[in-house]
Ligand binder design. Structure first.
Ligand code: MG
Length: 286
């Protein structure tokens, strides 16, 4: 685990898109250098779930506020206030120097966008990523929504990204392999005419915001570590309508190279004996 941490730290420190563990870590993971995935005890999962409840509550609040004329900087301030009011700490703020409490990525911005004062406009789509840390455990989730009326293509992208997330989550079951999640996401994305942005993927989570394994959003099924109860993963398809090549806009933000729209959806998910339990959604009464 120490070797993994050192590898991740080295990569995260030296790469410009640092909120997500990158492909290099993945290659190390699948090549067997670091395949140890921490299995959480049920008490730990409840701690993560408590952080995820805060993430969900903040997301609900932000989603209700998103409208033409609202700036993402206002959303960031609401998010920070709310996370702290609920007793947690914004997980992203200060993470490898990230200066805000949320990532806000508008239109062609893929991930890690800085909130700013630009008012959202009717027809935009905006991805909001929220992370919270409560009592030393992290929760992480993202969603993409329309600002007012949007094009049919933009809605197709948002819906397709959510469907990919659902299909990826459905593979998070004991006995499966890690790349079953990856494959389900890619297969559905491409069946819908959507492209996977390959530079980003999901990750383990717990006492660290980003833990092993890295979870690609593409690939063949049946590969990688066996999925087991106690694994807690952030599954997060990141798709676009056009060419999935990326441009670096600043140290953090990336844009699609053809400026086509991009969308991001993420849940924190615990693998249980009975299948996936989505921690960043309220529990459904039995
Ligand atoms: Mg994440």
């Amino acid at each position: 685990m120490d070797a993994l941490r050192q590898l991740q730290d080295a990569l995260l420190t030296n790469q410009s898109h640092r909120l997500f563990v990158t492909r290099s870590v993945l290659c190390a993971t699948f090549s067997g250098v670091c395949t140890l995935i921490h299995r959480k005890k049920s008490s730990e999962i409840e701690h993560i779930a408590a952080s995820c409840e805060i993430v969900f509550a903040v997301q609900q609040k932000l989603e209700a506020l998103i409208a033409p004329g609202v700036s993402t900087l206002e959303l960031d301030q609401v998010a920070e206030t709310e996370i702290r009011a609920l007793g947690a700490v914004p997980a992203f703020k200060g993470y490898h120097g990230f200066p805000y409490s949320i990532c806000a990525s508008v239109n062609a911005a893929i991930v890690h966008g800085f909130p700013d004062e630009t008012p959202l406009q009717k027809g935009d789509i905006v991805s909001i990523d929220v992370g919270a840390c409560l009592d030393g455990y992290y929760g992480d989730g993202a969603f993409t929504v329309a600002v007012g009326a949007i094009s049919a293509q933009a809605q197709h992208l948002i819906n397709g990204t959510l469907d990919c997330l659902a299909r990826g989550i459905d593979q998070a079951r004991p006995g499966g392999r890690l790349s079953d999640i990856s494959h389900a996401i890619q297969r559905h994305a491409e069946s819908q005419g959507l492209a996977v942005v390959r530079e980003y993927g999901g990750h383990g989570i717990g006492r660290e915001l980003h833990e092993s394994p890295y979870i690609e959003n593409y690939g063949s099924p049946g590969k990688g570590p066996l999925l087991k109860p106690g694994h807690v993963f952030c599954i997060e398809p990141i798709l676009c309508l056009g060419n999935p090549q990326i441009d670096h806009f600043d140290d953090w933000t990336t844009l699609t190279s053809d400026r086509s729209l991009a969308a991001h959806a993420e849940h924190t998910v615990a693998i249980t004996e009975d299948g996936p339990r989505i921690l960043t959604l309220p529990a459904v009464p039995a």
